[in-house]
Design a protein around this ligand. Sequence first.
Ligand code: FAD
Length: 311
Amino acid sequence: MKPAAFKYIAAQSLEHALTLKAEYGDEAKFLAGGQSLVPAMNLRVAQPGVLVDLNPITGLDFVGLRINEGLGIEDWGLTTIPNPQSLILHIGAMTRYRTLERSAEIAAQCPLLHETMPHVAHPQIRNRGTLGGNLAHADPASELPVVMLVLNAQFKAQSVRGERWIAARDFFTTIFTTALAADEMLTEIAIPLSTDSDAGRTRTCFMEIARRRGDYAMMGVATSITLNAAGVCTNAKLGYLNAGDTPILATQAAQTLIGQVIGDDHIRAAAAIAHDEIQPPGNIHASVAFQRHLAGVLTRRAIKEILEFRF
Ligand SMILES: Cc1cc2nc3c(=O)[nH]c(=O)nc-3n(C[C@H](O)[C@H](O)[C@H](O)COP(=O)(O)OP(=O)(O)OC[C@H]3O[C@@H](n4cnc5c(N)ncnc54)[C@H](O)[C@@H]3O)c2cc1C
């Protein structure tokens, strides 16, 4: 199928793109990797009057580690705000999946993101798809939104009016919808990195089950567990994709692990609570009951994987 007629504008700079979005508002859409937008236009599910192509813009494609400079981010959504010397991973919105997948810095410093990347679509799509496009698309079945939630990521939204940071937990408001205003662009993602100390060591795991490799998963879990020097769990996060209108954190399930030296009984209890706590939609590939079953299985596997092999 062919898309409905639209006006194409290649943005020459970030300022140019923001000015166009301020002018056209909801009538305009940004074109990033085009891996969701172009199929949607061809199916006429999306019919933007104006397409603002972000690809000519330089400076939105980067991966870098920086000392926490405050950034004006006061609420990282963590039990403790990263100390002034902690490291923050900064990623530009137009960074391609392929760059993330191959980044040595990400492999070393952010293993959860590194482990997740090969699960996102197919290599051809990873050559074009961007982190910003993925997050702005806000598909609850996608891998990266739930990973960002578990990592306490912050998203920089820019417009001609200025800039603001939005916590991942506030960014995804419902299916395919974010907290971005009609004139805002997602320009940068900041992820606080955990470092080992006596107070806690954090280890992570991503697992999903899809009918075929590269397909959207029927269920997936992103898990993070922090243990103190005595082996007691001081923080736990259990995040699920395809389990509701947004990426979902099973907070009650995670709570059963905190304060425990985690054993099989705790793992079984957490998986049972997560099974009930999530709200999977069900689809032609998996019923709601099957999705819940998968969430229970993946929860048990991911926690065991972390405890047995990653500490
Ligand atoms: C066959 C196939 C299989 C796929 N499988 C998976 C999968 O398993 N898992 C998965 O997660 N995804 C999958 N995808 C989707 C893919 O990951 C998309 O690339 C991604 O969802 C969108 O990223 P993009 O850069 O291509 O964005 P685009 O398609 O260009 O844009 C997506 C939306 O975000 C908006 N947008 C883009 N950039 C910005 C920005 N910086 N600020 C504000 N708004 C912006 C656009 O206007 C548009 O509304 C698949 C796609 C295909 C075609």
